[in-house]
Design a protein around this ligand. Sequence first.
Ligand code: G
Ligand code: G
Ligand code: MN
Ligand code: NA
Length: 250
Amino acid sequence: DHEARELARILDEARITPLFQPIVDAGCQGIFGYEALARGPSDSPLHSPLTLFDTARHTGRLVELDLLCRRLAIEAFARLGLPGRLFLNVMPTSLLEQDFREGLTRTFLDGVGLSPERVVIELTEHLPIHDYALMRQAVDHYRRMGFQVALDDLGAGYSSLRHWAELRPDFVKMDRHFVQDIDRDPGKGQFLGSLLEVSRSLGCRVIAEGIETAGEQRCLWSMNCTLMQGYLFARPAADPPRSLEPPVPV
Ligand code: G
Ligand code: G
Ligand code: MN
Ligand code: NA
């Protein structure tokens, strides 16, 4: 059908634009890194990554699309000379399949002279993990190569706490619904405070997503949660800022 043909054209012509959104470290008032977020061509019905990835899933081209997005993000990050770490969204299925077997992410990095120490693999929770032993093996394999691993969208997807306990990520990214209005909802604040304690005792760092207001930022800051991402700081962009104004004072 039409969308399948459109996807085929995008894949053949590598017509994906990687955008980058800063992750700030309010602790040292700097940019900690950037999350790469893919977009289809602006005039295409597959512009949004959600429709893009859905179409790929239904037509059996998910792993291929995921790898193309990753290669283009790595190339653009290096070409732009962005500072800090590169956070890459990775489908657990492609991590287990082609990439795991062939070490493609490593090959892409070697091609542009970036080291795996600069890269954090974000495991999305939109898909369930069926085989934890296998997933743990894959995660450990990437870690031995020098990559770090983040659990994405904690709280929004499938059995988050089990993923956290079994995969032992270096970072957990708190879904924006955990963070929204945190300065006005004491119950939410307590809940996040407890998760921050768990993460400290596991030696894992929390990244709060979807920060949109200075009130949310101040509240997180007061809880010693210093890694943040959201429209308050910057929207995803093809050529993102290399530095930002210092965060709102507490
Ligand atoms: O940028 P936006 O909020 O529209 O992204 C929507 C979803 O698409 C997010 O959940 C994000 O993880 C996913 N996504 C964006 N870019 C990529 C990518 O390059 N690879 C994968 N696997 N997912 C992506
Ligand atoms: O699922 P994942 O966390 O990878 O997706 C990140 C998505 O969140 C991207 O689509 C990005 O555009 C979006 N996003 C980033 N910052 C904000 C924000 O402050 N508010 C909202 N509503 N969305 C955001
Ligand atoms: Mn993500
Ligand atoms: Na996320």
